[in-house]
Design a protein around this ligand. Structure first.
Ligand SMILES: NC(=[NH2+])NCCC[C@H](N)C(=O)O
Length: 587
């Protein structure tokens, strides 16, 4: 009895759902062009991140080398984008990484993906609340916290300045409620806000060309002294000057933080069923929007670090403050307006994806069914209220901005690595339609009568994927994920490695040999030849590189972030086991 229950539970963990047929190509609901999708992608990706990362990364982690941080974070997102593009062409349904994991490897990983997704959005909302506080601080002329604010007038009600958090929470809450009017789903609104954001960031880039000074990339201790910054006890650590004042470690740490700015392009895949010609337009728009964001961030970080010496920024500094430094007070308000629009866009952009994931998770018995009520069109979507109205403000009050940025990123980095694994697994599986009915699917797979031999591992007889070759890739991919994580853990101790410690070096060599060996086995397996408009090139290397970069960035997060992340995952498993397990065993 117990064995049977455990077996059923185990089966449920790897059970994959069948999807309904995708919406027909000529269905009138398909109204979004590639341009609309690009606007959606850029609109959801460019948010408050770029405005607040200045204070967090340039000031104390990377200095001018924040430029490299954005490059590295962009590279990791680019690898993930290619994987998303392939998988969205393979599963042309509105959804997210949650849906992809569910149809590719089953419920357990789907749950982990979905739960991470929720974490990222809760932390994202808390960031919006904190950033909103800073934005209102700027617009209302608060001078308490920042030395650069001196030229702003103070004629504002004190109560708003002293308690901006409560004011901002109410404002964010108001925006959420506004969405029940469905106005946020109008593409006109998205496009206008996106355009304003692009114009403002474009303005920042042009200003950098006009007012930038290359000397700000080569600051020395003499400059600190000249600026009167010789009292390090009050100013904190300023690094050693130059382009990378906090060294390689600072760049890596900064890259992990900057990753937050690239989160969001995946919201395009939540609208697959509304897209015209989705198999082309979705991959295309994902790639284009990431390129646009990449150039924007790169341009803004170059402009900013050239305009202002990095030591002028402090924790809590935001992009508009750079303009006070160069003495362009009106521009300060223009950029602050862009900051506000980004806040608005973040809140509006969070809703559709988070509703979809919670709704699907509740329908799949991972979460309580009451939570599925979010999409019934009532005025009080229960889970959204809990998440956005209670948990996020609590986090905003008790967590630091860096912690929140890291928490939001860690979940998405994990999701990106999972998507890379799904691509790897799917490409080597025998053809399986993800929609239709279960019995059809079993017939398609046929009986698995092959035997595994060593020779068969390196020289498979069939030119097409078989159930056995698919299984081999499945197992090898899981092993690789584990080995890559171990490798990243070891490489994160690079100062020890550089000191030439033979034990650590041997561990790296052994891990590398194993990784290469298993990669060769995957590479020798037959790939599915089904025509897709977008395929990840250089398989299996590219998804593996993506996993490596993502996990390595995750390793840069602090112990505190990992502890908070573990607590979140434990709560998730408790919810799933307390509720989902009953359905696993008795339905
Ligand atoms: N799932 C999320 N946490 N999304 C947040 C998107 C953040 C956006 N990239 C920004 O820079 O503000």
């Amino acid at each position: 009895m117990l064995c049977q229950a455990l077996r059923r539970f185990g089966q449920k963990l790897v059970r994959r759902p069948m999807l309904k047929e995708p919406v027909a190509e000529n269905d009138p609901r398909r109204s979004l062009s590639t341009l609309n999708l690009v606007a959606l992608g850029v609109g959801s990706t460019v948010g408050v991140g770029v405005y607040v990362l200045v204070g967090e990364v340039a000031a104390s982690q990377a200095g001018p080398s924040i430029v490299i941080c954005f490059l590295a974070a962009g590279l990791s997102s680019m690898l993930a984008v290619l994987c998303y593009a392939e998988i969205s062409a393979r599963v042309p349904h509105s959804g997210s990484a949650y849906l992809y994991s569910h149809v590719t490897i089953g419920e357990l990983w789907a749950f982990i993906t979905g739960w991470n997704f929720i974490l990222s959005y809760v932390a994202g909302t808390a960031i919006v609340i904190q950033a909103g506080t800073l934005a209102f601080d700027i617009l209302l002329g608060n001078q308490n916290s920042h030395t650069l604010h001196e030229s702003i007038t103070q004629q504002v009600p004190r109560v708003l300045v002293e308690h901006p958090n409560f004011f901002v929470v109410s404002f964010v809450y108001f925006l959420i409620e506004l969405q029940t009017l469905r106005f946020s789903q109008s593409f006109m609104v998205t496009k206008v806000i996106t355009l304003v954001k692009l114009l403002v960031l474009g303005f920042v880039i042009i200003s950098g060309f006009i007012k930038g000074d290359l000397h700000n990339w080569k600051l020395t201790e003499k400059d600190f002294l000249k600026a009167g910054l010789n009292d390090t006890s009050t100013l904190g650590h300023m690094g050693s000057g130059g382009f990378a004042p906090f060294g390689f470690k600072g760049i890596l740490r900064g890259a992990a933080a900057c990753f937050y700015a690239f989160i969001g392009f995946d919201s395009i895949v939540t609208r697959v069923e509304e897209a015209r010609n989705p198999q082309h337009s979705i991959p295309m728009s994902i790639v284009i929007s990431l390129f646009i964001c990449f150039f924007l961030y790169f341009g803004v970080s170059v402009a900013l670090t050239l305009m202002v010496p990095y030591y002028q920024f402090q924790r809590g500094s935001t992009l508009p403050e750079a303009f006070l430094h160069i003495g362009w007070a009106p521009a300060y308000y223009v950029v602050a307006f862009g900051f506000l629009c980004s806040l608005l866009a973040n809140v509006l952009g969070f809703m559709v994806p988070i509703h979809q994931v919670i709704y699907r998770m509740a329908q799949d018995d991972f979460l309580f069914p009451a939570l599925a009520r979010v999409q019934t069109g009532t005025c009080t979507p229960l889970m959204a209220n809990v998440i956005f109205g209670i948990i996020a403000p609590i986090m905003a009050f008790f967590f630091g901005l860096t912690d929140l940025l890291d928490l939001s990123s860690i979940g998405i980095l994990l999701t990106h690595s999972l998507v890379a694994i799904y691509v790897l697994i799917c490409r080597y599986q025998p053809e399986r339609r993800n929609w239709g009915n279960e019995s059809e699917m079993q017939e398609e797979n046929g009986p698995a009568a092959e035997r595994l031999t060593l020779q068969g591992l390196l020289f498979p007889c069939s030119p097409n994927p078989t159930p056995l070759s698919g299984w081999v890739v499945h197992v090898c991919s899981s092993l690789l994920a584990l080995l890559l994580t171990l490798l990243c853990l070891v490489l994160a101790q690079w100062p020890v490695l550089l000191s030439g410690d033979p034990v650590w070096i041997s561990v790296v060599v052994v891990l590398l040999v194993l990784i290469i060996g298993i990669t060769v086995v995957i590479w020798r397996q037959p790939q599915s030849s089904s025509p897709l408009p977008c395929k990840v090139p250089a398989l299996p290397l590219l998804p593996l590189l993506s996993i490596f970069v993502d996990v390595y960035l995750m390793m840069q997060m602090t112990g505190g972030t990992w502890a908070q992340f573990s607590v979140w995952m434990l709560i998730g498993f408790a919810v799933y086991l307390a509720y989902g397990i009953q359905y696993s065993l008795f339905t």
